[in-house]
Design a binder for this molecule. Structure first.
Ligand code: ADP
Length: 448
């Protein structure tokens, strides 16, 4: 059994994990950089350890310091949250070697899914539908032949990709050479690996992802989908569950495909299988072997605490639910609140002079922010997540409108006004949007 968890993260997700541990009667250790000494997760944890100076690579990414913090405090497990070391196979192995439980999948599964070509091949072997594309890596010499076979437009993607970097579209044969060479040099610069592969470029897809949890012993369930099509620069901004584009049969069908694949893989922990969805077809793009930022909307419609499940399966206790137990109820929307200018998206760190979180039925705010909190400039700008649940999508939207009016964060700029704009938009009201919608909308409102 797990008795003390070290939370190797910061911000809202550190707090989220801490809450789950407290509910399960598990002691908590917060680690923090010198810039985060006043953070809420540090204040609420049973113990805390300073692991280094502000830059992430010297603190939240410093494996030696984190292992040392486990040894000093006697933590027998580590929850990595998302980002930082959450998808670092070597970290999982090192913890294992020290007899510390990594609350996540095996190092092998992290590795398979961390390499895009291997991930895609594995997905295909497991019966998951994938985007038509090259068999593995594409070299400049054979790019044209491969592209002709797939059919233009094509997308060149970095094998080691992440965050949308190293990705280039070639609309026609004339664009191909340049797209391949730019993608390769971007990939080399960003990931130290210039390997690229090729996929059919989908014009107007939605981003739909399936939440799965496996027990590592061959049992796995799915918790339905999330629609994360509203993105800016490949960063998700607004997510909803269920997707306005799917009906029950489609949901249960693709969900079952993913759950069956996880059973075959003997996957352990929470994971997300990401798809592009166009004209009724799903196309696998990647799998994230960790908890996602947007997991609370799944929790809202299923009532299942995903961090509880992660801790259970990591300790070998198995899942608390079977597929038949999982009932989808109502609709949930998450708005990511970033400390950014809502027009330019330039980060806006600083001191929060006034903070009032909304409340009432169906409202959840996951945030480490509070009045007087000074947002450090060193980390990503997500300062909180607003999650609203209603019995129907219409009720959820009505509630969101009310809740956005109630939320006050003063002293810094935030993306709250963007959501106030979106809530009044007809396409959003209709659920009628694809992955390009938000950028087009932002471009059109800037020109006006
Ligand atoms: P990353 O790991 O860099 O985020 P992904 O494979 O998850 O890369 O893709 C990121 C985003 O790029 C997707 O959410 C989608 O917007 C776009 N994208 C990826 N593959 C395709 C494709 N084949 N056609 C069209 N857009 C794509």
């Amino acid at each position: 059994m797990i008795s003390k968890v070290l939370i190797a993260n910061r911000g809202e997700i550190a707090l989220r994990v801490l809450r789950a541990c407290k509910e399960l009667g598990i002691a908590t250790v917060a680690v923090h950089s010198t810039a985060d000494a006043d953070a809420m997760h540090v204040r609420l944890a049973d113990e805390s350890v300073c692991i280094g100076p502000p830059p992430s690579r010297e603190s939240y990414l410093n494996i030696h310091q984190i292992v040392a913090a486990c040894e000093i405090t006697g933590a027998d497990a580590v929850h990595p949250g998302y980002g930082f070391l959450s998808e670092n196979a070597k970290f999982a192995e090192i913890l294992d070697a020290h007899g510390i439980t990594f609350i996540g999948p095996t190092a092998e599964h992290i590795r398979i899914m961390g390499d895009k070509i291997t991930a895609k091949q594995t997905a295909q072997e497991l019966g998951i539908p994938v985007v038509p594309g090259s068999d593995g890596e594409v070299k400049p010499e054979n790019a044209l032949e491969v592209a002709r076979k797939i059919g233009f437009p094509v997308l060149i993607k970095a094998t080691a990709g992440g965050g949308g970097r190293g990705m280039k579209v070639a609309k026609t044969e004339a664009d191909l050479e340049e797209a391949v060479s730019t993608a390769r040099s971007e990939a080399l610069a960003a990931f130290g690996n210039d390997a690229v592969y090729m996929e059919k470029y989908l014009g107007k897809p939605r981003h739909i992802e399936i939440q799965v949890v496996g027990d590592g012993m061959g049992n796995a369930v799915h918790l339905g989908e999330r629609d994360c099509s509203l993105q800016r620069r490949h960063q998700k901004v607004w997510e909803e569950a269920n997707s306005p584009a799917l009906n029950v049969e489609q949901r249960m069908k693709i969900g079952q495909v993913c759950a069956d694949a996880m059973k075959k893989l003997k996957y352990r922990g929470a994971g997300t299988v990401e798809f592009l969805y166009e004209n009724g077809e799903f196309y696998f793009i990647e799998m994230n072997t960790r908890l996602q930022v947007e997991h609370p909307i799944t929790e809202a419609i299923t009532g299942i605490d995903l961090v509880h499940e992660q801790i259970r399966v990591a300790s070998g206790a198995g899942l608390s639910v079977t597929q038949e137990d999982i009932v989808f109820s109502g609709h949930a929307i998450e708005c990511r609140i970033n400390a950014e200018d809502p027009r330019t998206f330039v980060p806006s760190p600083g001191t929060i002079t006034h903070f009032h979180a909304p409340g009432g039925l169906g409202v959840r705010v996951d945030s480490g922010a509070y009045q007087g909190y000074k947002i450090p400039p060193y980390y990503d700008s997500l300062i909180g997540k607003l999650i609203v649940h209603g019995r129907t999508r219409v009720e959820c939207m009505m509630r969101l409108r009310r809740v956005l009016d109630e939320f006050v964060i003063d002293g810094i700029k935030t993306t709250l006004p963007l959501f106030q704009d979106l809530i009044g938009n007809q396409d959003i009201a209709n659920g009628d949007y694809d992955i390009h919608w938000l950028e087009n909308y932002l471009a059109s409102t800037t020109d006006a």
